[in-house]
Design a protein around this ligand. Structure first.
Ligand code: TXA
Ligand code: MG
Length: 324
């Protein structure tokens, strides 16, 4: 019991120090249930500039504002439509980011000049405790742009260096970034699939969710981030079914079909149908391949047919890494 309370006191102290850094215009990385984020005050343009610089992030790729309570979104959103209220009531705190029309006071650097703002209330208790202390924070994934998102403290330090303060010690429970849903248009539009199911969103709203790919030709990309290369290790990532002959030293992620032709030095990881575990470990496996100087990561094609939730998110991230 005593060890527990000492731990809690240390954590409280760490959160206080982290919030003080934010107030001084510094950045702090923190654990969430999806991936680690790189936090800076949502009202501090200089601190937000540091975030873009540390990540090497293109200026036209907007950030998500993270809040500790749904009430805080009225500081940022000019209009909160009924469907946003319904989704927030059902899915917050959690891995859902909603895009709403922004208030004029929201910094342009935060939204990449768009007239909308992305908002999320994370579920991780440490993230919530930090946000309560610090106030609303922008928090992109705490990786260098183009690298796989960080799902452990070590990943953050590897990409951003030892000077960045990191709150959290654990491995993220989802391991893939939040679902991004644009609620600023006449129909809800999915910009980035995550663990949550589109079917659940439709049921709550009583209307269909359009996919980004259904957006009309000639429209600006709904989520600027999706046009950049993402989530890639240095290793080449390819889809591969069990009948291929793998290059030597490949890392091969499978979920149902164990390959028989194993070349020298090939490591096979079998997820045995556990796609949540595969999602949780995917980015760590990408980084493992680079640490072990493996030239290739092979991934068994995902089950075909309509995909929702974790399968849609996995397909999206792996396709990006493959460059498809
Ligand atoms: O799970 C997550 O969402 C993590 C954790 C840390 O919360 N954060 C995260 O942030 O993934 P980031 O910056 O890596 O991805 C944000 C995505 C980008 O694809 C960006 O283009 C999109 O959200 N986005 C942000 N604001 C937007 C807006 N106003 N309109 C459309 N897309 C927007
Ligand atoms: Mg990111």
């Amino acid at each position: 019991m005593k060890a527990e309370s000492t731990h809690e006191a240390t954590l409280r102290e760490e959160i206080k120090q982290a919030a003080a850094r934010i107030q001084q215009g510094d950045v702090v990385a923190f654990e969430t249930e999806t991936v680690y984020g790189l936090g800076a005050s949502a009202w501090d343009a200089d601190a937000i500039r540091k975030v873009f610089a540390l990540k090497g992030r293109p200026a036209d790729n907007p950030l998500i504002v993270h809040v500790s309570h749904p009430d805080e979104i009225s500081q940022f959103a000019a209009d909160i439509p009924e469907r946003a209220v319904l989704l927030i009531n059902h899915f917050w705190p959690g891995p859902l980011t909603v895009i709403l029309p922004k208030k004029p006071a929201v910094l342009d650097i935060l939204t990449g000049g768009l007239d909308t703002v992305a908002l999320r209330m994370p579920a991780h208790p440490l993230a919530l405790a930090f946000l309560e202390e610090s106030g609303p924070l922008v928090a992109p994934s705490a990786n260098r742009s183009g690298r796989p998102s960080p799902t452990t403290r070590e990943h953050v330090l590897e990409d951003l260096g030892p000077e960045v303060m990191v709150l959290g010690r654990g491995a993220c429970s989802y391991g893939l970034e939040s679902t991004v849903l644009d609620l600023s248009a006449s129909s809800p539009i999915l910009c980035r699939p995550g663990h949550l199911s589109m079917e659940d969103f439709s049921t709550v709203l009583g209307e269909p969710i359009l996919s980004m790919t259904h957006a009309k030709d000639g429209q600006a990309p709904r989520s600027p981030g999706m046009k950049y290369t993402h989530y890639s290790p240095d290793a080449t990532v390819s889809w591969a079914s069990s009948d291929v002959t793998p290059p030597p030293r490949s890392l091969w992620l499978v979920h149902s079909d164990i390959p028989t032709k194993i070349a020298e030095g090939v490591e096979v990881i079998d997820y045995a149908g556990d796609f949540r575990k595969m999602a949780r470990e995917l980015y760590d496996r990408f980084r493992q391949a680079d640490h072990e100087a493996r030239p290739v990561v092979l991934i068994e094609p995902l089950p075909s047919g309509p995909r929702d939730g974790v399968l849609a998110a996995l397909a999206n991230r792996i396709n990006k890494a493959v460059g498809a």
